[in-house]
Design a binder for this molecule. Structure first.
Ligand code: ADP
Length: 164
């Protein structure tokens, strides 16, 4: 039988419990998920692409149903090249909606066979984003409840630790 594969694209700079929640729940719906780290993101990233991949792989542990990859160029072309037709995205507060709607519509215009499916955030992660994590970590605040231990360690290495 044909496998139902979803592509979960994003910056993952760095991966948070919010992303991991979407992946875990996505695996209840899809046979496999490809986490696609955007290389050509216009956003300036804190972690390099390789660092971001490494953190995702370590955070996930061994799971044969999940692969981590990078992509550049058009996402819809990448999705089709990987034998998928589903883009999986997470939705948080209302503020995500407008942006996601615009991109989903554009992607649909580019390749109508590719569908974007949204999964609502779980309540505890409704306001969790990589940006907020970086901001808190940069101010030496606690991030234990926001990211897995391996990411927390990497953030401490980037920002240094305030031992006062
Ligand atoms: P991008 O730069 O593409 O928005 P992100 O890494 O910020 O990349 O997010 C990737 C995807 O994960 C997006 O669909 C985003 O909405 C979703 N996401 C991020 N954080 C959460 C969260 N806390 N709950 C649910 N979805 C999330």
């Amino acid at each position: 039988m044909k496998k139902n594969i979803a592509v979960y694209p994003g910056s993952f700079d760095p991966i948070t419990y919010g992303h991991l929640d979407i992946i875990e729940r996505g695996l209840d719906v899809f046979d496999a998920i490809i986490i696609a780290v955007a290389r050509n993101s216009e956003k300036k990233s804190l972690f390099s692409t390789n660092e971001r991949i490494d953190l995702i792989e370590k955070a996930l542990g061994d799971n044969p149903r999940v692969t981590v990859d990078t992509f550049d160029g058009l996402l819809v072309d990448y999705v089709v090249s990987r034998g998928s037709r589903v883009i999986l995205r997470g939705l948080r507060a209302v503020s995500d909606f407008e942006y996601e709607f615009q991109i989903a519509q554009m992607n649909h215009n580019l390749r109508s066979e590719v569908e974007t499916l949204f999964m609502m955030t779980s309540v505890p992660y409704g306001y969790l984003s990589s940006s907020i994590v970086k901001e808190v970590a940069g101010l030496q605040g606690p991030v234990e409840s926001l990211v897995p231990p391996v990411v927390r360690k990497a953030l401490v290495e980037k920002f240094g630790k305030n031992d006062e």
